[in-house]
Write a protein that binds this ligand. Structure first.
Ligand code: ADP
Ligand code: MG
Length: 325
């Protein structure tokens, strides 16, 4: 894919710290460093997978990009405009351009509201469309995500998990966004349904030239869906590469360990599983030096003291590790 020069989305040293309050006076006693210094360029039409263990800051990063959380530090640019410092009113135009699909769309649906009405609400809030126009558009959306006209009058509980995710997708694309963040969007679905939803996301991407950030703890899913993959550990980015490159030639010891845990599709092919020693450190008190050094099989003295730089070690292959040259 030829990449245009200007990225659709650009992150520069983005941080998100949550204050930890305690004591009678509820004073700030420390910070959960959920996202630590993330820099990334995302180009139109691509899908970037964001992977890493639970708690490594994937959702927080997504929410910060969307403006649902205010970045503690760093800059976020969307279509060349800085959006991380915009007042709420001015953000409104960008809000339509960026949408999120969650793991459980059911949680955000009102159980007493019919699906047609729930989808129409998006247009009531954001457009001046008439009732007839809204209805027509919702029917068109239902069709686009593989649902039928008769679903318009049904309630959320009448849908299966896969169908609910289709509704989540319909809602996300309703206002023609350019960036969609899928946060574990297929993680709760059975494998066969997962494949159908992934196909739908791909078809929609092609049709509307969407850009996806695809957050998932499942590296197997990300592999076939994304052109590039970003690996996070304790809020930091540790590796970024085109998918084929990352899966064939992982460089960071954390990426290697994650990949070694994916089951092989072919029986009989032996693969060594790298076990990570110890627990994930507390993000309120991350290790000094390289955040991964406490669990890294190849850590040296330097790794305990010095934080590794984020560097491009091969074309489009970035890694933060002292041991990778
Ligand atoms: P992931 O999506 O990768 O599982 P999250 O982004 O949800 O990780 O969380 C990253 C870290 O930030 C975790 O330690 C989590 O407990 C913490 N965290 C997330 N949201 C909040 C919040 N609103 N307040 C305080 N800490 C939070
Ligand atoms: Mg999450």
């Amino acid at each position: 894919m030829s990449q245009p020069q200007q990225p659709l989305l650009k992150l520069e040293g983005v941080k998100k710290y949550y204050p930890i309050k305690g004591g009678i006076l509820q004073r700030v006693q420390g910070y959960v460093k959920a996202v630590e210094n993330v820099s990334l360029e995302v180009f139109e039409g691509e899908s970037i997978g964001i992977v890493g263990e639970s708690g490594c800051g994937k959702s927080t990063l997504g929410r910060t990009i969307l403006g649902l959380e205010k970045a503690t530090d760093g800059k976020i640019f969307f279509k060349n405009q800085e959006i991380s410092n915009l007042p709420e009113k001015k953000r409104k135009t960008f809000k339509k351009e960026m949408q999120m699909i969650f793991q459980d769309p059911y949680a955000s649906l009102d159980p007493r509201q019919r699906i047609g009405a729930a989808l129409e609400e998006v247009f009531v809030i954001h457009t001046k469309m008439t009732k007839a126009e809204r209805e027509e558009r919702v029917l068109q959306l239902l069709k686009e995500v593989g649902l039928k006209e008769e679903h318009y009058d049904r309630y959320p509980h009448e849908f299966s998990g896969g169908q609910r995710q289709r509704i989540g997708i319909a809602r996300a694309i309703a206002l023609n966004p350019s960036l969609v963040i899928c946060d574990e969007a297929v993680s709760a679905l059975d494998v066969s349904v997962q494949a159908q939803i992934i196909k739908l996301l791909k078809d929609i991407q092609e049709k509307h030239r969407l850009t996806y950030l695809f957050i998932s703890h499942d590296l197997g899913v990300v592999r076939h869906f994304c052109n590039r993959v970003l690996v996070m550990y304790l809020g930091s980015t540790v590796e970024l590469a085109p998918s084929h490159e990352l899966y064939a030639n992982p460089l960071h010891p954390y990426t290697k360990a994650l990949l070694s845990a994916i089951p092989r599709p072919k029986p009989g092919v032996k693969k060594e599983r790298i076990r990570l020693e110890g627990d994930l450190p507390n993000p309120a008190n991350p290790p000094k030096g390289c955040p991964f050094h406490t669990r890294c099989p190849i850590a040296t003295e330097r790794c305990k003291q010095e934080r590794p730089e984020w560097k491009e070690v091969a074309p489009n292959h970035y890694v933060a590790c002292h041991e990778v040259q």
